[in-house]
Design a protein around this ligand. Structure first.
Ligand SMILES: Cc1cc2nc3c(=O)[nH]c(=O)nc-3n(C[C@H](O)[C@H](O)[C@H](O)COP(=O)(O)OP(=O)(O)OC[C@H]3O[C@@H](n4cnc5c(N)ncnc54)[C@H](O)[C@@H]3O)c2cc1C
Ligand code: HEM
Length: 384
Protein backbone atom coordinates (compact mmCIF):
# COMPACT_ATOMS: atom_id res chain seq x y z
CA UNK A 1 0.00 0.00 0.00
CA UNK A 2 1.52 3.37 -0.95
CA UNK A 3 2.08 5.77 1.93
CA UNK A 4 0.72 9.17 0.82
CA UNK A 5 3.29 11.25 2.67
CA UNK A 6 5.85 13.52 1.10
CA UNK A 7 9.20 14.58 2.54
CA UNK A 8 7.64 17.71 4.04
CA UNK A 9 4.98 15.65 5.87
CA UNK A 10 7.69 13.42 7.29
CA UNK A 11 9.73 16.43 8.42
CA UNK A 12 6.71 18.07 10.07
CA UNK A 13 5.66 14.90 11.91
CA UNK A 14 9.16 14.21 13.21
CA UNK A 15 9.53 17.80 14.34
CA UNK A 16 6.18 17.71 16.15
CA UNK A 17 7.23 14.63 18.08
CA UNK A 18 10.28 16.40 19.43
CA UNK A 19 7.87 19.04 20.79
CA UNK A 20 5.53 16.56 22.53
CA UNK A 21 8.21 13.99 23.45
CA UNK A 22 8.82 15.25 26.98
CA UNK A 23 5.07 15.16 27.73
CA UNK A 24 4.07 11.81 26.23
CA UNK A 25 2.87 10.38 29.58
CA UNK A 26 0.49 13.32 30.13
CA UNK A 27 -0.58 13.19 26.51
CA UNK A 28 -1.49 9.51 26.80
CA UNK A 29 -3.60 10.16 29.92
CA UNK A 30 -5.44 12.92 28.06
CA UNK A 31 -5.88 10.76 24.95
CA UNK A 32 -7.47 7.84 26.81
CA UNK A 33 -9.59 10.19 28.95
CA UNK A 34 -11.23 11.81 25.91
CA UNK A 35 -11.40 8.50 24.01
CA UNK A 36 -13.35 6.77 26.80
CA UNK A 37 -15.50 9.82 27.52
CA UNK A 38 -16.57 10.37 23.92
CA UNK A 39 -16.62 6.76 22.80
CA UNK A 40 -17.57 4.74 25.89
CA UNK A 41 -18.20 1.68 23.71
CA UNK A 42 -14.43 1.22 23.18
CA UNK A 43 -13.69 1.20 26.95
CA UNK A 44 -14.81 -2.42 27.23
CA UNK A 45 -12.09 -3.50 24.80
CA UNK A 46 -9.34 -2.35 27.18
CA UNK A 47 -8.23 -3.88 30.49
CA UNK A 48 -9.31 -2.15 33.70
CA UNK A 49 -5.73 -1.00 34.43
CA UNK A 50 -4.45 1.06 31.51
CA UNK A 51 -0.91 1.90 32.63
CA UNK A 52 0.82 -0.66 30.42
CA UNK A 53 -1.16 0.05 27.24
CA UNK A 54 -0.58 3.79 27.54
CA UNK A 55 3.08 3.27 27.01
CA UNK A 56 2.54 0.80 24.16
CA UNK A 57 0.36 3.00 21.99
CA UNK A 58 2.93 5.78 22.13
CA UNK A 59 5.80 3.43 21.45
CA UNK A 60 3.92 2.17 18.40
CA UNK A 61 3.40 5.72 17.17
CA UNK A 62 7.10 6.45 17.59
CA UNK A 63 7.87 3.31 15.61
CA UNK A 64 5.46 4.37 12.86
CA UNK A 65 7.07 7.81 12.71
CA UNK A 66 10.48 6.18 12.60
CA UNK A 67 9.44 4.01 9.64
CA UNK A 68 7.37 6.64 7.87
CA UNK A 69 9.80 7.17 4.98
CA UNK A 70 10.35 3.40 4.53
CA UNK A 71 6.95 2.31 3.18
CA UNK A 72 7.69 -1.44 3.00
CA UNK A 73 8.80 -1.58 6.62
CA UNK A 74 5.87 0.55 7.68
CA UNK A 75 3.41 -1.73 5.92
CA UNK A 76 5.01 -4.80 7.52
CA UNK A 77 4.84 -3.27 11.00
CA UNK A 78 1.27 -1.92 10.67
CA UNK A 79 0.02 -5.17 9.13
CA UNK A 80 1.31 -7.13 12.07
CA UNK A 81 -0.24 -4.60 14.45
CA UNK A 82 -3.58 -4.89 12.61
CA UNK A 83 -3.60 -8.69 12.80
CA UNK A 84 -2.62 -8.48 16.48
CA UNK A 85 -5.59 -6.16 17.16
CA UNK A 86 -8.18 -8.71 16.02
CA UNK A 87 -8.03 -10.53 19.34
CA UNK A 88 -8.86 -7.28 21.20
CA UNK A 89 -12.15 -7.03 19.27
CA UNK A 90 -11.05 -3.93 17.34
CA UNK A 91 -13.45 -3.03 14.50
CA UNK A 92 -13.12 -0.63 11.56
CA UNK A 93 -15.33 2.02 13.14
CA UNK A 94 -13.02 2.20 16.17
CA UNK A 95 -10.16 3.56 14.09
CA UNK A 96 -11.99 6.82 13.42
CA UNK A 97 -12.59 7.33 17.14
CA UNK A 98 -8.95 6.61 18.05
CA UNK A 99 -7.67 8.85 15.22
CA UNK A 100 -9.87 11.78 16.18
CA UNK A 101 -8.78 11.64 19.86
CA UNK A 102 -5.14 11.04 19.01
CA UNK A 103 -4.97 14.09 16.77
CA UNK A 104 -6.74 16.18 19.35
CA UNK A 105 -4.26 15.07 22.03
CA UNK A 106 -1.34 15.85 19.72
CA UNK A 107 -2.79 19.29 18.92
CA UNK A 108 -3.24 20.12 22.59
CA UNK A 109 0.29 19.09 23.59
CA UNK A 110 2.04 20.53 20.53
CA UNK A 111 0.58 23.94 21.42
CA UNK A 112 1.56 26.72 19.01
CA UNK A 113 3.59 24.25 16.91
CA UNK A 114 0.26 22.72 15.74
CA UNK A 115 -0.47 24.23 12.31
CA UNK A 116 -2.97 23.23 9.59
CA UNK A 117 -0.05 21.73 7.62
CA UNK A 118 1.02 19.61 10.60
CA UNK A 119 -2.57 18.51 11.24
CA UNK A 120 -2.81 17.45 7.58
CA UNK A 121 0.44 15.49 7.78
CA UNK A 122 -0.70 13.62 10.94
CA UNK A 123 -4.10 12.91 9.37
CA UNK A 124 -2.43 11.35 6.33
CA UNK A 125 0.00 9.35 8.48
CA UNK A 126 -2.77 8.01 10.76
CA UNK A 127 -5.02 7.23 7.77
CA UNK A 128 -2.21 5.26 6.08
CA UNK A 129 -1.28 3.35 9.26
CA UNK A 130 -4.86 2.53 10.25
CA UNK A 131 -5.85 1.55 6.70
CA UNK A 132 -2.93 -0.87 6.56
CA UNK A 133 -3.94 -2.29 9.95
CA UNK A 134 -7.56 -2.77 8.82
CA UNK A 135 -6.60 -4.37 5.49
CA UNK A 136 -4.26 -6.83 7.22
CA UNK A 137 -6.95 -7.63 9.80
CA UNK A 138 -9.49 -8.28 7.02
CA UNK A 139 -7.06 -10.55 5.15
CA UNK A 140 -6.31 -12.43 8.34
CA UNK A 141 -10.03 -12.84 9.08
CA UNK A 142 -10.40 -14.75 5.81
CA UNK A 143 -7.76 -17.23 6.96
CA UNK A 144 -8.34 -17.92 10.64
CA UNK A 145 -10.35 -17.01 13.72
CA UNK A 146 -9.38 -13.98 15.82
CA UNK A 147 -9.34 -16.11 18.97
CA UNK A 148 -9.70 -19.75 19.98
CA UNK A 149 -11.77 -20.48 23.08
CA UNK A 150 -10.30 -23.22 25.24
CA UNK A 151 -11.10 -24.96 28.52
CA UNK A 152 -8.59 -25.81 31.23
CA UNK A 153 -8.51 -29.61 31.48
CA UNK A 154 -5.56 -30.03 33.86
CA UNK A 155 -3.65 -27.86 36.32
CA UNK A 156 -0.55 -29.30 37.90
CA UNK A 157 1.87 -27.61 40.28
CA UNK A 158 5.54 -27.97 39.23
CA UNK A 159 6.85 -25.84 42.12
CA UNK A 160 5.64 -23.21 44.60
CA UNK A 161 5.35 -20.53 41.89
CA UNK A 162 5.17 -22.74 38.81
CA UNK A 163 2.26 -24.57 37.19
CA UNK A 164 1.60 -26.64 34.08
CA UNK A 165 -1.74 -25.51 32.68
CA UNK A 166 -3.30 -27.76 30.03
CA UNK A 167 -6.12 -26.46 27.86
CA UNK A 168 -8.33 -28.01 25.20
CA UNK A 169 -9.28 -25.56 22.42
CA UNK A 170 -12.81 -25.96 21.00
CA UNK A 171 -11.37 -25.91 17.47
CA UNK A 172 -8.05 -27.33 16.28
CA UNK A 173 -5.19 -24.97 17.09
CA UNK A 174 -2.39 -25.23 14.50
CA UNK A 175 1.08 -24.06 15.56
CA UNK A 176 4.72 -25.00 15.07
CA UNK A 177 6.99 -26.24 17.87
CA UNK A 178 8.83 -23.26 19.39
CA UNK A 179 6.05 -20.69 18.75
CA UNK A 180 4.28 -18.73 21.49
CA UNK A 181 0.65 -17.80 22.04
CA UNK A 182 -1.27 -14.79 23.38
CA UNK A 183 -3.40 -15.94 26.31
CA UNK A 184 -6.31 -14.32 28.15
CA UNK A 185 -7.94 -15.92 31.20
CA UNK A 186 -11.55 -15.17 32.13
CA UNK A 187 -10.16 -14.46 35.62
CA UNK A 188 -8.32 -11.38 34.23
CA UNK A 189 -10.43 -10.29 31.25
CA UNK A 190 -8.75 -8.34 28.46
CA UNK A 191 -5.24 -8.80 29.86
CA UNK A 192 -3.36 -10.65 27.16
CA UNK A 193 0.04 -12.20 27.92
CA UNK A 194 2.30 -14.53 25.95
CA UNK A 195 3.11 -18.14 26.86
CA UNK A 196 4.87 -20.90 24.93
CA UNK A 197 3.41 -24.41 24.60
CA UNK A 198 5.89 -26.76 26.30
CA UNK A 199 5.63 -29.49 23.69
CA UNK A 200 5.42 -30.20 19.97
CA UNK A 201 1.87 -30.09 18.48
CA UNK A 202 -0.33 -32.94 19.73
CA UNK A 203 -2.88 -34.85 17.64
CA UNK A 204 -5.72 -33.81 20.01
CA UNK A 205 -4.72 -30.11 19.79
CA UNK A 206 -4.43 -29.74 23.59
CA UNK A 207 -1.77 -27.30 24.80
CA UNK A 208 0.25 -27.23 28.02
CA UNK A 209 1.83 -23.99 29.20
CA UNK A 210 4.45 -23.76 31.95
CA UNK A 211 3.69 -20.58 33.84
CA UNK A 212 5.80 -18.98 36.56
CA UNK A 213 3.98 -16.54 38.87
CA UNK A 214 5.96 -13.28 38.97
CA UNK A 215 5.76 -10.96 41.98
CA UNK A 216 2.76 -8.67 41.54
CA UNK A 217 1.98 -10.21 38.16
CA UNK A 218 -1.70 -10.15 37.18
CA UNK A 219 -2.07 -12.96 34.70
CA UNK A 220 0.73 -15.29 35.82
CA UNK A 221 -0.61 -15.35 39.41
CA UNK A 222 -4.14 -15.99 38.15
CA UNK A 223 -2.88 -18.89 36.02
CA UNK A 224 -0.68 -20.42 38.74
CA UNK A 225 -2.66 -19.78 41.93
CA UNK A 226 -6.33 -19.31 40.96
CA UNK A 227 -6.97 -21.34 37.82
CA UNK A 228 -9.12 -24.46 38.10
CA UNK A 229 -10.13 -27.24 35.72
CA UNK A 230 -13.13 -25.97 33.72
CA UNK A 231 -11.88 -22.35 33.54
CA UNK A 232 -12.25 -20.70 30.15
CA UNK A 233 -9.31 -19.06 28.46
CA UNK A 234 -8.88 -17.51 25.01
CA UNK A 235 -5.88 -17.94 22.73
CA UNK A 236 -4.66 -15.56 20.06
CA UNK A 237 -3.02 -16.98 16.93
CA UNK A 238 0.42 -18.60 17.24
CA UNK A 239 3.37 -16.25 16.76
CA UNK A 240 7.14 -16.35 16.64
CA UNK A 241 9.93 -17.42 14.36
CA UNK A 242 11.88 -19.57 16.82
CA UNK A 243 11.04 -22.67 14.80
CA UNK A 244 13.08 -25.40 13.13
CA UNK A 245 14.19 -25.00 9.54
CA UNK A 246 13.43 -28.41 7.97
CA UNK A 247 16.19 -27.76 5.40
CA UNK A 248 18.93 -27.24 8.00
CA UNK A 249 21.19 -30.10 9.00
CA UNK A 250 23.37 -28.08 11.38
CA UNK A 251 23.83 -29.31 14.92
CA UNK A 252 21.85 -27.41 17.51
CA UNK A 253 22.72 -25.54 20.71
CA UNK A 254 19.75 -24.86 23.01
CA UNK A 255 20.04 -22.60 26.06
CA UNK A 256 17.05 -22.38 28.41
CA UNK A 257 16.58 -20.36 31.60
CA UNK A 258 13.51 -20.89 33.82
CA UNK A 259 10.23 -21.31 31.91
CA UNK A 260 12.26 -20.57 28.77
CA UNK A 261 12.61 -24.35 28.72
CA UNK A 262 9.02 -24.64 27.40
CA UNK A 263 9.63 -23.76 23.70
CA UNK A 264 13.04 -25.48 23.77
CA UNK A 265 11.37 -28.69 24.98
CA UNK A 266 8.89 -28.31 22.12
CA UNK A 267 11.73 -28.00 19.59
CA UNK A 268 13.53 -31.06 20.99
CA UNK A 269 10.31 -33.12 20.90
CA UNK A 270 9.82 -32.01 17.30
CA UNK A 271 13.35 -33.14 16.38
CA UNK A 272 12.71 -36.49 18.08
CA UNK A 273 9.47 -36.84 16.14
CA UNK A 274 11.10 -36.17 12.78
CA UNK A 275 13.94 -38.58 13.63
CA UNK A 276 16.41 -35.77 13.13
CA UNK A 277 20.02 -36.86 13.32
CA UNK A 278 21.19 -33.38 14.30
CA UNK A 279 23.17 -33.39 17.58
CA UNK A 280 21.59 -31.21 20.23
CA UNK A 281 23.44 -29.68 23.20
CA UNK A 282 20.97 -28.42 25.78
CA UNK A 283 22.01 -26.18 28.68
CA UNK A 284 19.35 -25.56 31.35
CA UNK A 285 19.91 -22.80 33.90
CA UNK A 286 18.34 -21.50 37.09
CA UNK A 287 19.35 -19.56 40.18
CA UNK A 288 19.42 -22.63 42.45
CA UNK A 289 19.24 -26.40 41.95
CA UNK A 290 15.67 -26.34 43.33
CA UNK A 291 14.61 -23.97 40.55
CA UNK A 292 15.95 -26.26 37.80
CA UNK A 293 12.52 -27.44 36.74
CA UNK A 294 12.26 -29.85 33.84
CA UNK A 295 15.83 -31.14 34.17
CA UNK A 296 14.74 -34.71 35.05
CA UNK A 297 12.45 -34.90 32.01
CA UNK A 298 15.20 -33.70 29.72
CA UNK A 299 17.75 -36.12 31.25
CA UNK A 300 15.30 -38.95 30.63
CA UNK A 301 14.98 -37.85 27.00
CA UNK A 302 18.77 -37.75 26.66
CA UNK A 303 18.91 -41.40 27.79
CA UNK A 304 16.48 -42.28 25.02
CA UNK A 305 18.06 -40.15 22.26
CA UNK A 306 21.80 -40.50 21.67
CA UNK A 307 21.86 -37.16 19.82
CA UNK A 308 20.75 -35.15 22.87
CA UNK A 309 23.13 -34.09 25.64
CA UNK A 310 21.90 -32.11 28.64
CA UNK A 311 23.86 -29.96 31.10
CA UNK A 312 22.67 -27.79 33.98
CA UNK A 313 23.95 -24.43 35.22
CA UNK A 314 23.16 -22.88 38.59
CA UNK A 315 24.06 -19.23 39.10
CA UNK A 316 23.32 -18.59 42.80
CA UNK A 317 24.50 -21.80 44.48
CA UNK A 318 27.78 -23.65 44.76
CA UNK A 319 27.47 -26.89 42.82
CA UNK A 320 30.56 -28.62 41.53
CA UNK A 321 30.66 -28.61 37.72
CA UNK A 322 27.47 -26.59 37.26
CA UNK A 323 28.24 -23.34 39.02
CA UNK A 324 27.85 -20.19 36.93
CA UNK A 325 25.42 -18.35 34.73
CA UNK A 326 24.28 -19.95 31.48
CA UNK A 327 26.41 -17.65 29.27
CA UNK A 328 29.49 -18.45 31.44
CA UNK A 329 28.86 -22.17 31.19
CA UNK A 330 28.26 -22.27 27.42
CA UNK A 331 31.46 -20.25 26.93
CA UNK A 332 33.35 -23.15 28.54
CA UNK A 333 32.08 -25.58 25.91
CA UNK A 334 31.88 -25.41 22.13
CA UNK A 335 32.97 -24.50 19.56
CA UNK A 336 29.48 -23.34 18.53
CA UNK A 337 30.27 -21.56 15.27
CA UNK A 338 28.77 -24.34 13.15
CA UNK A 339 25.60 -24.64 15.25
CA UNK A 340 22.07 -23.34 14.94
CA UNK A 341 21.35 -21.67 18.30
CA UNK A 342 18.03 -21.35 20.19
CA UNK A 343 17.99 -19.12 23.28
CA UNK A 344 15.01 -18.83 25.61
CA UNK A 345 14.61 -17.32 29.06
CA UNK A 346 14.98 -14.04 30.94
CA UNK A 347 15.99 -11.18 28.58
CA UNK A 348 19.36 -10.47 30.31
CA UNK A 349 20.36 -14.12 29.92
CA UNK A 350 19.33 -14.18 26.25
CA UNK A 351 21.14 -10.93 25.46
CA UNK A 352 24.35 -11.98 27.22
CA UNK A 353 24.33 -15.46 25.71
CA UNK A 354 23.80 -13.99 22.21
CA UNK A 355 26.74 -11.61 22.75
CA UNK A 356 29.02 -14.37 24.08
CA UNK A 357 28.16 -16.60 21.13
CA UNK A 358 28.68 -13.92 18.47
CA UNK A 359 32.05 -13.11 20.07
CA UNK A 360 32.87 -16.80 19.61
CA UNK A 361 32.09 -16.73 15.91
CA UNK A 362 28.41 -17.69 15.70
CA UNK A 363 26.75 -15.86 12.81
CA UNK A 364 23.90 -13.69 14.23
CA UNK A 365 21.41 -15.09 11.67
CA UNK A 366 21.87 -18.52 13.26
CA UNK A 367 20.93 -17.27 16.74
CA UNK A 368 17.17 -17.53 17.32
CA UNK A 369 15.17 -16.23 20.25
CA UNK A 370 11.72 -14.84 21.03
CA UNK A 371 11.19 -11.07 21.26
CA UNK A 372 12.56 -9.69 24.52
CA UNK A 373 9.82 -7.08 24.85
CA UNK A 374 6.21 -6.64 23.66
CA UNK A 375 6.34 -8.94 20.61
CA UNK A 376 4.34 -6.74 18.24
CA UNK A 377 6.57 -3.77 19.04
CA UNK A 378 9.88 -5.58 18.94
CA UNK A 379 9.27 -7.47 15.71
CA UNK A 380 11.88 -7.08 13.02
CA UNK A 381 11.04 -4.20 10.68
CA UNK A 382 12.09 -6.32 7.71
CA UNK A 383 9.22 -7.04 5.34
CA UNK A 384 8.68 -10.78 4.97
C1 LIG B 1 7.40 -14.35 23.67
C2 LIG B 1 7.12 -14.55 25.14
C3 LIG B 1 6.92 -15.84 25.63
C4 LIG B 1 6.69 -16.03 27.00
N1 LIG B 1 6.51 -17.30 27.47
C5 LIG B 1 6.30 -17.51 28.80
C6 LIG B 1 6.12 -18.85 29.32
O1 LIG B 1 6.10 -19.85 28.59
N2 LIG B 1 5.93 -18.97 30.66
C7 LIG B 1 5.91 -17.90 31.51
O2 LIG B 1 5.72 -18.09 32.73
N3 LIG B 1 6.06 -16.62 31.04
C8 LIG B 1 6.24 -16.40 29.72
N4 LIG B 1 6.37 -15.11 29.24
C9 LIG B 1 6.16 -13.98 30.16
C10 LIG B 1 4.63 -13.69 30.24
O3 LIG B 1 4.15 -13.26 28.96
C11 LIG B 1 4.26 -12.56 31.22
O4 LIG B 1 5.02 -11.42 30.93
C12 LIG B 1 4.46 -12.97 32.67
O5 LIG B 1 3.69 -14.13 32.96
C13 LIG B 1 4.05 -11.81 33.61
O6 LIG B 1 2.71 -11.46 33.34
P1 LIG B 1 1.80 -10.90 34.52
O7 LIG B 1 0.50 -10.48 33.95
O8 LIG B 1 1.73 -11.88 35.63
O9 LIG B 1 2.64 -9.64 35.01
P2 LIG B 1 2.24 -8.11 34.79
O10 LIG B 1 1.01 -7.84 35.56
O11 LIG B 1 2.27 -7.82 33.34
O12 LIG B 1 3.50 -7.42 35.46
C14 LIG B 1 3.57 -7.26 36.89
C15 LIG B 1 5.00 -6.96 37.30
O13 LIG B 1 5.83 -8.09 37.01
C16 LIG B 1 6.94 -7.70 36.23
N5 LIG B 1 7.20 -8.78 35.25
C17 LIG B 1 6.51 -9.01 34.11
N6 LIG B 1 7.00 -10.10 33.49
C18 LIG B 1 7.99 -10.58 34.26
C19 LIG B 1 8.85 -11.69 34.16
N7 LIG B 1 8.80 -12.55 33.10
N8 LIG B 1 9.77 -11.87 35.14
C20 LIG B 1 9.82 -11.03 36.21
N9 LIG B 1 9.02 -9.96 36.36
C21 LIG B 1 8.12 -9.73 35.41
C22 LIG B 1 6.50 -6.43 35.53
O14 LIG B 1 7.61 -5.60 35.23
C23 LIG B 1 5.61 -5.78 36.56
O15 LIG B 1 6.35 -5.05 37.48
C24 LIG B 1 6.63 -14.91 27.89
C25 LIG B 1 6.80 -13.62 27.38
C26 LIG B 1 7.06 -13.44 26.02
C27 LIG B 1 7.25 -12.03 25.49
C1 HEM C 1 -2.81 3.38 14.40
C2 HEM C 1 -3.62 2.95 15.37
C3 HEM C 1 -3.20 2.10 16.54
C4 HEM C 1 -1.98 1.83 17.05
C5 HEM C 1 -0.62 2.33 16.56
C6 HEM C 1 -2.13 0.94 18.17
C7 HEM C 1 -1.12 0.39 18.94
C8 HEM C 1 -1.26 -0.57 19.92
C9 HEM C 1 -0.20 -1.33 20.54
C10 HEM C 1 1.26 -1.24 20.18
C11 HEM C 1 -0.74 -2.17 21.45
C12 HEM C 1 -0.02 -3.21 22.33
C13 HEM C 1 -0.13 -4.55 21.62
C14 HEM C 1 0.18 -5.75 22.47
O1 HEM C 1 0.35 -5.65 23.68
O2 HEM C 1 0.20 -6.88 21.89
C15 HEM C 1 -2.15 -1.95 21.42
C16 HEM C 1 -3.05 -2.61 22.22
C17 HEM C 1 -4.40 -2.39 22.18
N1 HEM C 1 -5.07 -1.59 21.28
FE1 HEM C 1 -4.28 -0.45 19.82
N2 HEM C 1 -3.47 0.70 18.35
C18 HEM C 1 -4.15 1.39 17.38
C19 HEM C 1 -5.52 1.41 17.20
C20 HEM C 1 -6.41 0.83 18.05
C21 HEM C 1 -7.83 0.92 17.89
C22 HEM C 1 -8.58 1.65 16.77
C23 HEM C 1 -8.37 0.23 18.94
C24 HEM C 1 -9.84 0.02 19.24
C25 HEM C 1 -10.46 0.79 20.07
C26 HEM C 1 -7.29 -0.30 19.74
C27 HEM C 1 -7.43 -1.07 20.87
C28 HEM C 1 -6.41 -1.68 21.56
C29 HEM C 1 -6.60 -2.59 22.70
C30 HEM C 1 -7.93 -2.97 23.34
C31 HEM C 1 -5.34 -3.01 23.09
C32 HEM C 1 -4.99 -3.97 24.26
C33 HEM C 1 -4.68 -3.16 25.47
C34 HEM C 1 -3.92 -3.95 26.54
O3 HEM C 1 -3.72 -5.16 26.41
O4 HEM C 1 -3.50 -3.32 27.51
N3 HEM C 1 -6.12 0.09 19.16
N4 HEM C 1 -2.45 -0.98 20.49
Amino acid sequence: MPVPLDAEDVRLIRQSLTVVESRTAEMAVYFYAILFLRHPQVRELFPPNMDVQRDRLLRALLRIVDLVDRPEHLVHFCSRLGRDHRKFGTRHEHYGAVGECLLEALARFAGPAWTPELAGAWQRAYAAASRTMMLAADDDARLRPAVWTATVIAHRRLGPQLAAVTVAPQDPYPYAAGQYVSVETARRPRMWRHYSPAHAPRPDSTLTFHVRAVAGGQVSNALVHETRVGDVIRLGPPEGEMVLDPESSLDVLCVAGGTGLAPIKALIEQMARTRSERCVDLFIGARTARDLYGLDDMLRLSQRYHWLSVRAAVSHQRIVGAEGSLPEIIAQYGPWDRHEVFLSGPPPMVTTAARVLTERGVVPSRIHHDPLDVPVLSSSPDPC
